[in-house]
Design a protein around this ligand. Structure first.
Ligand code: SF4
Length: 147
């Protein structure tokens, strides 16, 4: 199972804010530190702000700050939200592809759903703060100081 880039970026962004003592880095700062396009980072920041996991203030003294809700957010919940409810395999087809003929009664589909839920469930107890303990936290500090 491969995560969307936006899911990974959301996790990295929150980890970066949780680990670093920098007061209020900007979206541009974190995009540069994580080596991702500014527009992609800005889109993810907007989504995380909408979820109440960070605040983003413009202007002098502004910037990004992790909320308490963001610090204690469940990694599993966050991954579910960003990945959506879809199956790991496209059984129902799309506008340009037909549905799989087995989809009404496929045991594989059920097994894959169970595996997907087990994947999320294994991430549920983890919080963003948990992801920034040693050795990740100190490494995040190093990365955030890159020009
Ligand atoms: S075989 Fe089953 S899991 Fe695979 S696409 Fe068809 S319905 Fe989905």
């Amino acid at each position: 199972m491969r995560l969307l880039r936006s899911t990974d970026l959301a996790l990295r962004l929150l980890m970066r804010l949780a680990a670093t003592p920098d007061p209020n880095p900007t979206t541009r700062d974190v995009a540069a530190a994580m080596d991702v396009p500014y527009t992609h980072a800005a889109k993810v920041v907007a989504e995380l702000q909408h979820m109440g996991l960070l605040t983003a203030r413009r202007g002098r003294g502004g910037g990004l700050a992790l909320t308490e809700k963001g610090r204690t957010a469940s990694v599993g919940e966050l991954v579910r939200t960003f990945e959506g409810e879809g199956d790991v395999v496209d059984c129902e087809g799309t506008a340009t592809t037909a549905a799989c003929p087995l989809s009404p009664a496929c045991r594989l589909r059920g097994a894959l759903r169970q595996a997907q839920e087990a994947f999320y469930a294994s991430l549920d107890p983890l919080t963003i703060a948990d992801l920034t303990t040693d050795p990740t936290g100190p490494l995040l500090l190093t990365i955030s100081k890159r020009p």
